[in-house]
Design a protein around this ligand. Structure first.
Ligand SMILES: C[S@@+](CC[C@H](N)C(=O)[O-])C[C@H]1O[C@@H](n2cnc3c(N)ncnc32)[C@H](O)[C@@H]1O
Length: 346
């Protein structure tokens, strides 16, 4: 599946940076627990251009070097071949002058594939990336996002696909981790009240409903065909805490059999930084531009692949206008699930 973030990803995603910052305490806990070793491999799955995680990896490398000054550290940034992997390499290289003098590498492959040899990773990390599905679970004909669609049949198919994907991701990671290694996933999620990115329980408009309304109007006006309308689907899924934990509570799952165990989990809420700034300065034009760009960064490829660049551009022109017309009714609040795991001897 071709997913590509818009160029300049980290410049457009202040929220993702805050989500990573909110997980840095657990990232440090993970590396504090690593047994002494001659070398450690650290990997960031779905890193985009790596800019949002520079601060996190600085802290993690410094802490691990302080704990184990003799150990050689290797940091790998992973994302799809279609990602801006040159920018990722440059952001990873910012770590090279640190005292730990780490080796840095780029893995331009899907996290639905093995990334490194079995038993090599000491600390695996992923933020706001593993909600993308590996393939379409079939049509979603009445909406652009399954969780906002109210389509029970589609919800069942998407849930099944999401759980198959999550089990496989954890199986792959459980093979790559060495015994004693830690995995920390920071994922967009659905909380126990059903809230998720773009749906904050009605405090402001559901962002997915807004995208869908715009897309539907383009079909009604004949700008896109009915077939293109139906293909415009955001192929991701925000899992619940129970869904995230399921493979670790099932002693027959592949990840569990490989020794992957749940250490801790929590749900963390990150308020929309664009909205917070608008509350302070009332700059509606900047709010409309910034919020539109961050929504575009993760949704644009879905509309481009269905109906091309021009149609997608119409979506974001209209989106910016809607935000500018009613700024108090907009906010993109994050609901993230943190899951800390370790690999034990199996
Ligand atoms: C919202 S960005 C998150 C980037 C960064 N981790 C952060 O938190 O700021 C999601 C990233 O996941 C990547 N991604 C999606 N599916 C992927 C896959 N199958 N394998 C590797 N990366 C993937 C996308 O290319 C994108 O760069």
């Amino acid at each position: 599946m071709a997913i590509a973030m818009t160029t300049g990803y980290s410049a457009q995603t202040e929220g993702a940076l805050l989500c990573i910052d909110a997980a840095s305490d657990w990232a440090l806990t993970c590396v504090d627990q690593l047994a002494a070793s001659d070398s450690h491999v650290l990997i960031d799955y779905g890193a985009a251009d790596g800019g949002t995680a520079v601060g996190l990896w600085s802290k993690v490398l410094d802490r691990l070097h302080a704990n184990q000054p003799q150990a050689h550290l290797t940091l790998i940034g992973n994302d799809l071949p279609s990602n801006d992997n040159v920018a990722l390499a440059e952001n990873l290289a910012q770590q090279i002058p640190r005292k730990a003098k780490p080796t840095v590498l780029v893995s331009a492959r899907s996290f639905y594939e093995p990334s490194v040899a079995p038993g090599t990773v000491s600390f695996g990390f992923s933020a706001t990336a593993m909600h993308w599905l590996s393939q379409s679970p079939g049509p979603l004909n009445s909406h652009t996002h399954v969780l906002a669609s109210g389509d029970a049949d589609a919800l069942e198919r998407f849930t099944t696909q999401a759980m198959k994907d999550w089990n496989y991701i954890l199986e792959l990671r459980s093979r790559e981790l060495k015994v004693g290694g830690r995995l920390l996933t920071v994922n967009l999620s659905r909380d126990n009240d059903g809230l998720y990115l773009g749906h904050n329980g009605g405090k402001t408009r559901n962002v997915h409903d807004q995208l869908h309304q715009i897309w539907r109007r383009l079909a009604d006006e004949g700008v896109i065909s009915e077939e293109q309308y139906q293909q415009g689907t955001v192929l991701n899924f925000y899992k619940s805490p129970e869904e995230f934990m399921a493979p670790l509570k099932d002693d027959t799952s592949a990840a569990y059999r490989n020794g992957l165990r749940l250490v801790d989990e929590r749900t963390v809420y990150v308020t929309c930084p664009y909205r917070r700034r608008w509350n302070e300065n009332g700059d509606t034009a900047a709010f409309a531009d910034g919020l539109m760009a961050t929504i575009r960064s993760w949704s644009r490829h879905s509309f481009v692949s269905a109906a091309g660049e021009a149609a997608a551009d119409r979506v974001y022109d209209e989106l910016r206008q809607r935000i500018a017309d009613a700024p108090s009714e907009w906010s993109l609040d994050y609901v993230e699930h943190h899951q800390m795991m370790e690999k034990v001897a199996s």
